[in-house]
Ligand binder design. Structure first.
Ligand SMILES: Nc1ncnc2c1ncn2[C@@H]1O[C@H](COP(=O)(O)OP(=O)(O)OP(=O)(O)O)[C@@H](O)[C@H]1O
Ligand SMILES: [Mg+2]
Length: 248
């Protein structure tokens, strides 16, 4: 833990409650992410994982608690303001613009950097290097890509914005094992390059291989937190989330 203490806290979610109308989705959730860390939020269906990411991105606003990014309070800000502060998002459900080409979809990610075409072109080449399939299909309408390819596209698009903190919601959802491995290899590469990542996953085994630390949500409460190694070795986590029984 002393290593973490040396790294600045980038994101601090502090005792956050979130409601959808009368339904409370998060109960006093506290999560922190240090610079260069990968933090995973684990949990079964409807445990509040996506809501946690949405609260960071300003898509929902907590009724209690606070969220700070780099020491500044962000939980009252709009989503565009939060994104302007360097937060990137790969939301659930891979939203691409289906009629636009793969290349055009990717370049949308770099839109805020459009006055720096040289670096954008270099970064686009980087994305094509990491995802050669996107290069092969760069002129194709994005709607014709397979689900796995669309996941690569939204990851590439988010990266092209050059975020300093990337929020990712269930990148493995619905993908075949080969695509899942490829996506996680790319994420491991970004981690090695120093990108700070907050990732939500039902697939705890995968997420714990990538993450430095993790939190487990159940019914909107954080019920466990620890290093990825601690949680991977924990028997109750293994039973509930590592494939030995179904999660309630
Ligand atoms: N827009 C909404 N309106 C009303 N209730 C919502 C809304 N979005 C989420 N909820 C409720 O909040 C709770 C948490 O949902 P959330 O999407 O955060 O779960 P999750 O952990 O991401 O689940 P999953 O693994 O299925 O994606 C659920 O009970 C859900 O029904
Ligand atoms: Mg979700």
């Amino acid at each position: 833990m002393h290593v973490l203490a040396e790294k600045a806290v980038r994101l601090r979610i502090d005792a956050v409650d979130v409601y959808y109308g009368a339904v409370q989705a998060l109960f006093g959730v506290s999560i922190s992410v240090h610079g260069g860390e990968v933090v995973a939020v684990l949990g079964g269906n409807a445990s509040g994982k996506s809501t946690t990411l949405k609260s960071v991105l300003g898509l929902v606003h907590p009724t209690r608690g606070e969220i700070h990014l780099d020491g500044q309070r962000i939980d009252r800000l709009s989503t565009p303001d939060i994104i302007d502060r360097g937060v990137g998002s790969v939301p659930e459900g891979r939203r691409v613009f289906p009629r636009m080409s793969v290349r055009e979809n990717l370049l949308l990610g770099a839109y805020p950097r459009r006055h720096d075409p040289k670096h954008v072109a270099d970064d686009l080449e980087q994305v094509f290097k990491v995802f050669p399939r996107l290069k092969e299909r760069s002129q194709q309408a994005a709607g014709t890509l397979s689900g796995g390819e669309q996941q690569m596209l939204v990851l590439g698009r988010a990266w092209l914005r050059r975020p300093s903190l990337l929020c990712i919601d269930e990148p493995s959802m619905g993908l075949s094992p080969r695509f899942v491995d490829q996506v996680y290899e790319v994420l491991a590469g970004w981690k090695a390059a120093g990108l700070t990542i907050l990732i939500v996953e039902q697939n705890a085994r995968l997420a714990l291989e990538l993450a430095d630390r993790a939190y487990v949500l159940q019914h909107g409460h954080v019920i466990r937190e620890g290093t990825a190694a601690e949680l991977a070795a924990d028997e109750s986590i293994q039973r509930a989330y590592l494939g030995e029984s179904e999660v309630a």
